[in-house]
Design a protein around this ligand. Structure first.
Ligand SMILES: Nc1nc2c(ncn2[C@@H]2O[C@H](COP(=O)(O)OP(=O)(O)OP(=O)(O)O)[C@@H](O)[C@H]2O)c(=O)[nH]1
Ligand SMILES: [Mg+2]
Length: 326
């Protein structure tokens, strides 16, 4: 593959080249992995430009797709170019989120200033995280101003998305007060802005009350150094009626601007880079342990340990020496 040529085209904002580049980073073939790494490096060098990365999480049915459709369209109307990516950890879901959703995002998917990429086929979360991270880098290189990274709020995927976002938005549904406990504290602590969606029609009053509940809950959390006064905050929106979206974007911009001025934007990116570097090393080591020869060695050494021929520590050292020799 012509990595130079492909990187030139991606940087020149060629959409088909971008799609091909993302396919390359999604591949798990070893030769593709090496090319993908070279491509990402090359694009970083040619286009060190930065987009605003917005992570968006919410439980199934809360309105993520509808929100992305409305919000993404609003951003393009302001002259911004928007890319949409997904981290979808649940293989149980039929067909992956965004792909089936392209119908729900019909307007946005036809918009020349928007780029929607379905979530890659499922493997373990670590693999999905790496591909999404690399896809984010490619979209940045292709000059997108805003990158939305969607995830369903189940399990660890919120953490993964928050670790690759500049802003983390939690989308919630209007609910009775007791459901506030349903949001795990850890997730609340990651949120920069909580949007209570479906604040329209019959649900409007409930949404307003839910929003007040979450505002109260956010005030009880420990103050974070990366927040100006008033953040994190909760707001109501209606993705369906496109209400409150401009205000939500203004708040996101205000927060981002403040963080840039106060060094927190770069600081967070630097910390994230370190995190992903370490994560990558761990993933590669774990993958090496899965190779047939490594597994055979593990079995053999495991038996030695079981029958008393070697101590666990000595066997582990031998195993690691084996790995580093290859
Ligand atoms: N009343 C109202 N309904 C909404 C709003 N946003 C979304 N919905 C409805 O809620 C349902 C689910 O919306 P989706 O956008 O598919 O939700 P999602 O979070 O993407 O769901 P998954 O992809 O399954 O995780 C649909 O019937 C939407 O029409 C809103 O602002 N107001
Ligand atoms: Mg959806």
């Amino acid at each position: 593959m012509d990595i130079q040529g492909l990187s030139d085209k991606v940087v020149a904002q060629d959409r088909r080249a971008l799609a091909r580049a993302i396919t390359l980073v999604e591949s798990s073939r070893e030769d593709h992995r090496a090319q993908a790494a070279a491509l990402v490096e090359e694009i970083r060098r040619k286009a060190p430009y930065q987009a605003v990365r917005i992570g968006l999480s919410g439980t199934p049915g809360v309105g993520k797709s509808t929100f992305i459709e409305s919000f993404g369209t609003l951003l393009t109307e302001q002259g911004l170019r928007v890319a949409v990516l997904a981290v979808d950890p649940s293989s149980a879901r039929s067909g992956g989120s965004i792909l089936g959703d392209k119908t729900r995002m019909e307007r946005l998917s036809r918009n020349p200033n928007a780029f929607i990429r379905p979530s890659p086929s499922q493997t373990h979360l670590g693999g999905v995280a790496r591909r999404t991270r690399e896809a984010v880098a490619l979209c940045e290189g292709a000059g997108f101003d805003v990158i939305l990274i969607e995830t369903v709020g189940v399990g660890q995927s919120e953490t993964v998305v928050a670790e690759m976002s500049d802003l983390f938005i939690l989308l919630l549904a209007p609910a009775g007060g007791d459901e506030l406990q349903g949001v795990k504290r850890g997730i609340m602590e990651m949120a920069d802005i909580i949007l209570v969606n479906k604040a329209d029609g019959d649900l409007k009053a409930t949404a307003t009350r839910t929003c007040a509940d979450y505002s109260g809950a956010l005030r009880l959390l420990r103050k974070r150094p990366q927040d100006p006064d008033g953040f994190p905050k909760a707001m109501t929106v209606s993705a369906l009626e496109e209400d409150g979206l401009t205000k939500a974007w203004e708040e996101m911009c205000a927060l981002t601007d403040w963080r840039r001025e106060n060094g927190h934007f770069e600081g967070r990116r630097a910390a994230q880079s370190r995190f992903w570097f370490e994560e990558e090393v761990k993933q590669v080591l774990l993958a090496q342990l899965q190779s047939p020869t490594a597994r055979a060695a593990m079995d053999q050494l495991g038996m030695d340990v079981a029958n008393g021929a070697a101590s666990p520590t000595a066997a582990a050292q031998r195993m690691l020496q084996n790995l580093s020799k290859r």
